[in-house]
Design a protein around this ligand. Structure first.
Ligand code: 13P
Ligand code: SF4
Length: 374
């Protein structure tokens, strides 16, 4: 058998400098595992199924990871979902060992919510440009400049940044939470994704100051090319993740989180969809709706850095071999500084309580305390 080495790729991302509005290009990397051959793949899946039973563990996978890790999670009683439901499921499941396939902030959120559980990830270096682009010291200084604002941070941040926040939100609940804060007269400090923040500001009219971060994947979707693709497919509905630029969001028939995109594809009366999000999402869309056609929204084109391939290089670090290895060895356990956990947990709990109330139709007013700055 010829062993194919894991591929290491360089990834550029933007990091805001202290001078307002200015970003510098920074360099990170991602290590993408080689695709196993058919026999190895089947053997790895069998090993994982057995290990999950033996260790009483459960898999929690994001929609952007390899299809094998999505399917295996569901088949074995785990979950594939968006980042909000990953957090909720990990917290509520009885298993004392969680194997989280996604990026680091997802594993950290699970650990913060369940410090007594063992949370394993296939590769602890799987990060996120939003997390990288929002270092806690700079972010804290930004918060200090705006003591009168309620601090709302996206889940795609470090535990330390969450510990400076009043609220954590994901893309599936950010709009509802900011709308409730605005109705309470609160002014918002938003971090780190400027596109998601801009979308929420346009939708709610909330008073928001914003961190200048971006997702390297969604930032690459292009409105000009999307308009051309729409002309080629006049009946297609356009589904857009709100981490995309404003001119792409403006072309959307539905804007939503990964789960929101899935629900829109289910509910909309169309047979063709153009999808502006990480192309890992297409697996679930095509599996659930085999009679509908899903077309990838255009990016700037493929490049060696993977910046424009519509697939998150850090999500791609999750593979079958990694899952089998961590289950076998206990390697790659997520560690969050215990001193940070109680404070980082507060804004996550607030989000989970708010979304649970929203879903059940319970009143939310009491869940939006006037907190001021963190
Ligand atoms: P969702 O919360 O929509 O799953 O998004 C997480 C993410 O990282 C999107 O890039
Ligand atoms: Fe972060 Fe973007 Fe990757 Fe999501 S797709 S984990 S926002 S870099």
């Amino acid at each position: 058998m010829i062993a194919i080495a894991d591929a290491r790729m360089d990834v550029e991302y933007e990091q805001p400098l202290s001078d307002a509005g200015v970003c510098a290009t920074r360099h990170a990397w991602a290590r993408v595992p080689a695709e196993p051959g058919p026999a190895e793949r089947a053997a790895l899946k069998d090993r994982i199924r057995a290990l999950l039973k033996e260790k009483n563990a459960v898999m929690v996978s994001h929609f952007y990871v390899h299809p094998d890790l999505q399917d295996l999670a569901e088949e074995t009683g785990g979950l594939v979902s968006d980042s909000l439901e990953m957090a909720r499921f990990g917290r509520d499941h009885a298993a004392q060992m969680l194997v989280v396939s996604g990026v680091k902030f997802m594993g950290e959120t699970s650990k913060i919510l369940s410090p007594h559980k063992t949370v394993l990830m296939p590769d602890l270096d799987a990060t996120c440009s939003l997390d990288l682009g929002c270092p806690v010291d700079d972010f804290s200084a930004f918060c200090d400049q705006h003591p009168d604002r309620t601090v709302v941070v996206y889940a795609n941040t470090s535990a330390a940044v969450k510990a400076r926040a009043d609220w954590v939100v994901t893309s599936s609940c950010a709009l509802d939470i900011v709308r409730a804060l605005q109705a309470d007269g609160q002014k918002i400090l938003w971090a780190p994704d400027r596109h998601l923040g801009g979308y929420i500001q346009r939708e709610t009219g909330a008073d928001m100051v914003m961190w200048n971060g971006a997702c390297i994947v969604h930032d690459e979707f292009k409105a000009f090319e999307l308009e051309a693709l729409k002309r080629e497919h006049p009946g297609a509905k356009v589904l857009v993740h709100p981490e995309s630029p404003a001119d792409v969001v403006a072309l959307a028939d539905a804007v939503g989180s990964t789960s929101g995109i899935l629900n829109a594809a289910r509910d909309m009366d169309a047979s063709e969809f153009i999808v502006a999000t990480d192309n890992g999402m297409l697996h679930k869309l095509r599996t659930l709706f085999p009679h509908k056609r899903f077309i990838e929204a255009p990016t700037a084109g493929n490049s060696a850095t993977c910046k424009s391939c519509a697939h998150c290089p850090w999500m791609a670090m999750n593979g079958l071999a990694g899952v089998a290895d961590v289950l076998e060895t206990g390697r790659n356990a997520i560690h969050v500084d215990p001193a940070l956990i109680p404070r980082a947990r507060q804004p996550i709990d607030r989000m989970l309580a708010f979304t649970a109330a929203l879903r059940s139709g319970a009143p939310i007013a009491g869940l939006v305390p006037h907190l001021g700055a963190a």
